[in-house]
Design a binder for this molecule. Structure first.
Ligand code: HEM
Ligand code: HEM
Length: 223
């Protein structure tokens, strides 16, 4: 099974492209995380009351699927290696990009986990639902002394806010790097993360992606 999946993904990755599964994970999670950042700030500005509570309920319903997707994406990423693209041939820049990818994964786990911990440490937490439908348990903090629950709330809140701050730094850097590689260096990195659109004019239904021409070294002038 894993071998068959790897062989399928290789058809994409050997053309410097992420597989459709990798692309779907990327854009679905990018949208969810961007929504969460905006909605989280909106909720934090509301005055204490029913509207704020409902806003945080929406925040938790959308945030919990990020944890489930993160587990599935990490599993996928461990099984299926990503493509080697133009940007992977550049020493330090490549290392920085990899570190940023690791930091993203840290936030995919850390934000929902710390949010879940905060929610479960609130005195009378409301019920939690995954994507608004599937009931999700509270962490069993109600057995702990009150002071320990407050301490958990404090630490989880600090972790949540620190990870939000980290996202606010690494997302603009990540997007700027993707655009720089695409428009400035003319690398294939961004194209490899965009869905492939079949070419309507091609009767064989081939995609618009053409493999890059091999770079031909100009012949040295004799003498
Ligand atoms: C990737 C997922 C998530 C992101 C990006 C995110 C982002 C945010 C942001 C931007 C805020 C406002 C911070 C501020 O006060 O300035 C916030 C607050 C909060 N989030 Fe999340 N969040 C995520 C997941 C979750 C989940 C899954 C839950 C609950 C199950 C949750 C519960 C909370 C709570 C309770 C607060 C209020 C913190 C406080 O001010 O005391 N979050 N989040
Ligand atoms: C318009 C916004 C974005 C663009 C243009 C973009 C572009 C890209 C590109 C081109 C890559 C491939 C990099 C490589 O292979 O070296 C990539 C990878 C990645 N991006 Fe984004 N990205 C965007 C937003 C985001 C956001 C908001 C997040 C996080 C929430 C994110 C998380 C990641 C991660 C974790 C990877 C590594 C892929 C993996 O192996 O799982 N990206 N992105």
């Amino acid at each position: 099974m894993i071998r068959a999946l790897r062989a399928w993904a290789r058809k994409h990755t050997e053309r410097s492209r992420y597989s459709p599964v990798g692309i779907a994970f990327h854009w679905v999670m990018a949208l969810l995380v961007l929504f969460q950042l905006g909605w989280g700030y909106y909720a934090s500005w509301l005055g204490v009351g029913g509207e704020k509570l409902r806003a945080y309920e929406v925040h938790s319903m959308v945030g919990l699927p990020i944890l489930v997707l993160a587990i599935a994406r990490l599993g996928w990423r461990v099984m299926i290696p990503g493509p080697i693209n133009d940007a992977d041939r550049q020493g330090l820049q490549t290392q920085v990009a990899y570190v940023m990818h690791y930091l993203f994964y840290l936030t995919f786990f850390g934000l929902p986990l710390s949010g879940w911990a905060m929610w479960s440490a609130i005195a009378e937490p409301g019920p939690l639902y995954l994507a608004g439908v599937i009931p999700w348990p509270q962490l069993p903090f109600d057995q702990l002394p009150l002071t320990t629950q407050w301490r958990i709330m404090d630490v989880a809140e600090d972790v949540h806010l620190a990870l939000v701050a980290m996202l606010l730094v690494i997302i603009p850097l990540h997007v700027a790097a993707a655009l720089k590689h695409h428009f400035w260096d003319r690398h294939d990195v961004l194209r490899g993360m965009l869905p492939e659109i079949p070419d309507a004019e091609d009767p064989r239904g081939e995609t618009t992606h053409k493999p890059r021409e091999p770079k031909i070294q100009p012949a040295k002038a004799p003498g």
